[in-house]
Write a protein that binds this ligand. Structure first.
Ligand SMILES: [Zn+2]
Length: 281
């Protein structure tokens, strides 16, 4: 069997008609997903991606779709579009921001009034104000997406805090991170019944001692926000690269995935982009 050389991991945050940073419109997301199906791509689960990293044969046109934080708009817009195309994605949730309560309407149902979706900046303001329900998912919605097979859920800490920036000492910082792992693991176990080996760094920050700590908690697959590298078969599972998606249609999306996974073009593109970034300082 011909196998994938590289599996691109795609990173989304918001799927929403509200314009803002790290936001893809439902129309463009629909176009991107249709593009994947039309081009014959398979969307992997995190376990299938882990098998690829371990050297197991994987279809050449494979991609892992990931979503960060756990925004309400993922239920309202991303879930129905994934369901329509029979695709799967993985979500890294900030467990302390997930609420309780009944399922809210989503775009799958015709003629319903959809909840108002705050923009990214409004969501961050709601986090700061400690009023997250109108911005973030509820456990009931997470369970519904899990049952539908559109999303699986993994850990993105309990509070999403950059403890390295607010702690007085490194020991204090690591103690906070230990609590992040313990508290989020307990909530995921309570609501979803099991742990996972996949973890995504909050705000993209990590260091060697963070990696050691995550591994001590059983996380073997660590997802970064670094774009310019390839996820290759039998390579380092503690440094997974992800492509940040733009608010553009299928043509841009498929071209970006093609570049990311190409054995020659991919590394050249990444070198060029890293060089440009260095020049910009
Ligand atoms: Zn995040």
């Amino acid at each position: 069997m011909k196998t994938a050389h590289c599996v691109p991991v795609v990173m989304y945050h918001h799927i929403s008609p509200e314009i803002g940073p790290i936001t893809t419109s439902p129309k463009n997301f629909d176009d991107q997903m249709k593009g994947l199906v039309d081009a014959g791509y398979s969307t992997l689960t995190c376990d299938e991606f882990a098998d690829f990293l371990a050297g197991k044969p994987t279809p050449p046109k494979s991609v892992l779709l990931t979503f960060d934080d756990g925004y309400l708009d993922n239920w309202v817009h991303a879930h129905p579009i994934l369901k329509k195309y029979g695709l799967r994605a993985s979500m890294f949730v900030v467990t302390g921001l997930i609420g309780d309560g009944p399922i809210r309407p989503c775009a799958e149902q015709d003629g319903v009034t959809l909840p108002r979706l705050p923009s990214h900046l409004e969501c961050r303001a709601l986090w700061t104000a400690g009023s997250t329900d109108s911005a973030m998912l509820r456990w009931s919605e997470i369970q519904a997406m899990r049952a539908a097979g559109t999303f699986e859920f993994h850990c993105h800490t309990y509070t999403h805090t950059r403890w390295d920036l607010v702690s007085k000492t490194r020991e204090e910082c690591l103690a906070h991170m230990r609590h992040e792992f313990e508290a989020s693991h307990a909530l995921l176990k309570e609501h979803l019944g099991g742990g996972s080996q996949h973890f995504c760094w909050p705000q993209g920050y990590f260091a060697d001692d963070y990696v050691n700590l995550a591994q001590a908690f059983g996380f073997r697959y660590l997802y970064t926000t670094q774009t310019h590298g390839q996820n290759l078969c039998a390579k380092n599972s503690t440094h997974i690269y992800r492509i940040s998606v733009k608010n553009r249609g299928a043509r841009w999306f498929l071209h970006r995935i093609w570049i990311a996974s190409h054995p020659v073009v991919g590394p050249l593109y990444n070198k060029w982009q890293s060089w440009k970034r260095k020049l910009r300082g």
